[in-house]
Every structure is written in C-alpha cells, then in structure tokens.
Design a protein around this ligand. Structure first.
Ligand code: SF4
Length: 61
C-alpha cells in the first residue's frame, strides 16, 4: 500500500523546513501553511521527521 504525506494545516507554523528537505520538491509553503502536491509525493517520510511542529503524517492511500 502506498503512503502520502498530509499536513494538519490548522496547526502548521509554516516553518518551511519540510519544503527544503523534500526530494520531490512537492511542498510549497506560503505565509500560512505548507501545501503538499499529492500527485508528486512519493511517501518517503522525510518531511514528517523534519517538521518541528509534528503536523505532517503519512497516510495510506
Ligand atoms: S513524504 Fe517525501 S515526497 Fe512526500 S511530501 Fe514528504 S518529503 Fe516530499
């Protein structure tokens, strides 16, 4: 089963470290929260480990 990353946008602090570490460059961080391009995400989990606010989770799709 494949996994994809999801952001809890309500709790995201838009720190931006997830976007820097993503190998697919599929995370865009605006002034409010991170936005993940679901189509490009390969579910590697790097953003999950990187997030200082623990607002990203991998979910099975
Ligand atoms: S799981 Fe990997 S590919 Fe998907 S958004 Fe996070 S760092 Fe990028």
């Amino acid at each position: 089963m494949k996994k994809k990353a999801y952001v809890n946008k309500q709790d995201c602090v838009a720190w931006g470290s997830c976007a820097k570490i993503c190998p697919m460059s599929d995370i865009n961080v605006d002034g409010i929260s991170a936005n993940i391009n679901f189509e490009k995400c390969v579910g590697c989990g790097r953003c999950v480990k990187e997030c200082p606010a623990s607002v990203i989770q991998l979910k099975e799709v």
